[in-house]
Design a binder for this molecule. Structure first.
Ligand SMILES: [Zn+2]
Ligand SMILES: [Zn+2]
Length: 275
């Protein structure tokens, strides 16, 4: 007997685990963008629900309700941490129960832009970690120039929470990859993998078991080669998938089935177990 989730992954297609389909750059073209994703073999997309920040927390859900293959997350991006209010927490808890919401996020710390004060970012990150742990939902982490602080928060607040998650747009080296894996996370691998100067990331990915990797685009940002610098879209995931197959020395189908299975297991294992 196979594992039912891994069996399902055989026919799931590629899973685009992180895109911002609600972004204004897709306005007027969204139907085509989703269509092109399906054409390259993507079977499921997760539209990240951070939008422009609170009070609008439903950006991802709107996309999921408009397109059958699209699922959503809900969360407060570190850039928007200062916009969170008491109402935000009640609303997040409520929206997390939507049938197409698969995880919370993206959440974390961004000390590159510092759009919200660092102390506020930390507090909003920690509260979302607590909420996800309580609801037993996986999480998507955004961390930029704040690796140590992010890992410290996870050790303090998240350690022991069993629902797992993704370091989205992972672009660290081997040491960071090892830390992320030890904390029980998957690496979300996007277009950066294809950049000529991303040798350290490719080394980290080469050393990471394929069953701890998921694919993403972060569209409309971070387009992979040969589209670097242009607007990214979910269909471009295929270029990152090919690079991943090359780095791991496995066929593209293995990348597709394994990364899809990793994501499905993360978001559905608990639901299936509770059925
Ligand atoms: Zn991000
Ligand atoms: Zn993102």
């Amino acid at each position: 007997m196979g594992n039912p989730i891994r069996d399902r992954a055989m026919t799931a297609g590629f899973i685009e685990t992180h895109c911002h389909l609600d972004d204004g750059q897709f306005e007027g073209e969204r139907d085509k963008v989703v269509e092109r994703a399906l054409e390259v073999g993507i079977g499921m997309l997760v539209s990240i629900g951070t939008g422009d920040g609170p009070p609008d927390l439903e950006a991802g859900i709107r996309m999921a309700e408009a397109y059958a293959p699209v699922y959503a997350s809900v969360g407060v991006h570190p850039h928007d941490a200062a916009k969170a209010t008491a109402e935000t927490w009640a609303a997040l808890r409520d929206l997390a129960g939507h049938p197409k919401v698969l995880h919370l996020g993206e959440m974390g710390l961004d000390f590159h832009y510092d759009f919200s004060p660092r102390e506020v970012q930390k507090e909003v990150f920690q509260r979302q970690l607590e909420l996800a742990a309580e609801l037993e939902l996986p999480i998507a982490i955004h961390t930029r120039e704040a690796w140590r602080e992010t890992v410290d928060c996870l050790r303090e607040v998240w350690a022991g929470a069993g629902s797992g998650g993704i370091f989205h747009c992972f672009s660290g080296g081997k040491a960071e990859a090892e830390e992320a894996l030890a904390l029980g996370f998957h690496l979300g691998i996007g277009g950066v993998l294809t950049f000529p100067r991303a040798e350290a990331l490719r080394d980290a990915v080469a050393a990471t078991p394929l069953n701890r990797i998921v694919l993403e685009t972060d569209a409309p940002y971070l387009a992979p080669a040969p589209f670097r610098g242009k607007r990214n879209e979910p269909a471009h995931l295929i270029h990152t998938a090919r690079k991943l197959a090359e780095v791991k020395g496995v066929p593209l189908e293995t990348v597709r089935e394994t990364t899809a299975g990793n994501f499905l297991e993360m978001v559905f294992a608990r639901k299936l177990a509770n059925q």
